[in-house]
Design a protein around this ligand. Structure first.
Ligand code: FE2
Length: 230
C-alpha cells in the first residue's frame, strides 16, 4: 500500500473542541526601553528573563515570558502599520495586592487615568510610559465562576456596564481601617468612595463631559482636573 501523505489511512482525527487558551504574553514595541522595564517591574513584578539589544523577554511567573519588548534602537518611523492596542489587563489575586501596587506606583509618580469598580472587577487603568492603556484589576468575587455568573445575570450590571467611579486612596483608608475585600467592593460599588478628579477617557474636551454623564457621572458632580493630568 502506498504510504504517501495523500493516500495514508487516517487513524485519528483532530478534536472538534479544545481547551480555551488563556492570555500568555504580549509583545510591545517601544522606544522607551528603560522606562518601560522599570514601569512594568513596579506595576507587575516583571523581571528580565533574556536581554538582547533589541528584544527583552520578561516574566513574573513560571512562564518563559509574559511580555516581550521590541525596540529598533532608533527613533525611525515604525515600518509596520497597525491600529495599536486598546488595553490589556493584569489580574491580581487579592484586592490588597492591587491597592498596594496603586500605592507603590503613586510613590513613583504613576497614577491611574481611570479608577472604577466595574462590579465584576475593581479596575485601575494606567498609561504606561509608551501610552498603552494597562488595566490592573482584582476580581471582586475572588472566583471566576461566581464573577461570570453575576456579570451575566445581574440586573445592576446590565443597567450599568461601567460601574462606579472610585478614589483608590479612600479605598486604602478603608482597607487600613480593617474593611475586607468584600466590604470594600460593596461600599465602592455603592458610591462611598467618589473620585476627587475626573477620569481621563482620552476624549476631545468638547465631548468629554457629555460622555462622562452618559457613563454615570451625575450633573454637577464632575470633578475638575484629570486623573492624572496628562
Ligand atoms: Fe479590561
Amino acid at each position: 500500500m502506498s504510504t504517501t501523505a495523500g493516500s495514508q489511512a487516517r487513524t485519528r482525527a483532530l478534536p472538534r473542541e479544545t481547551p480555551s487558551p488563556l492570555i500568555h504574553h504580549i509583545g510591545l514595541k517601544t522606544q522607551r526601553r528603560a522606562e518601560m522595564l522599570a514601569w512594568y517591574a513596579a506595576a507587575t513584578n516583571m523581571e528580565i528573563v533574556m536581554d538582547y539589544p533589541q528584544t527583552v523577554f520578561c516574566s513574573n511567573d513560571g512562564a518563559n515570558h509574559r511580555i516581550v519588548f521590541m525596540s529598533s534602537g532608533t527613533e525611525a518611523p515604525d515600518p509596520f502599520h497597525h491600529t495599536g492596542l486598546q488595553h490589556f489587563a493584569f489580574e491580581f489575586p487579592s484586592l490588597e495586592g492591587l491597592l498596594a501596587t496603586y500605592a507603590r506606583l503613586k510613590a513613583v509618580g504613576s497614577l491611574p487615568e481611570i479608577a472604577v469598580d466595574h462590579g465584576p472587577t475593581t479596575s485601575f487603568y494606567y498609561a504606561d510610559p509608551d501610552g498603552n492603556e494597562v488595566e490592573l484589576q482584582y476580581d471582586n468575587f475572588g472566583d471566576w465562576g461566581r464573577s461570570k455568573e453575576w456579570m451575566t445575570t445581574s440586573p445592576e450590571f446590565a443597567a450599568n456596564l461601567v460601574g462606579t467611579w472610585v478614589d483608590p486612596d479612600a479605598m486604602i483608608v478603608a482597607w487600613e481601617g480593617g474593611a475586607s475585600a468584600e466590604e470594600l467592593h460593596r461600599r465602592a460599588y455603592a458610591g462611598e468612595f467618589p473620585p476627587i478628579r475626573r477620569p481621563n477617557l482620552r476624549l476631545p474636551p468638547e465631548v468629554e463631559v457629555e460622555h462622562l454623564l452618559r457613563l454615570g457621572y451625575r450633573d454637577g458632580n464632575i470633578p475638575p482636573g484629570h486623573l492624572p493630568a496628562r
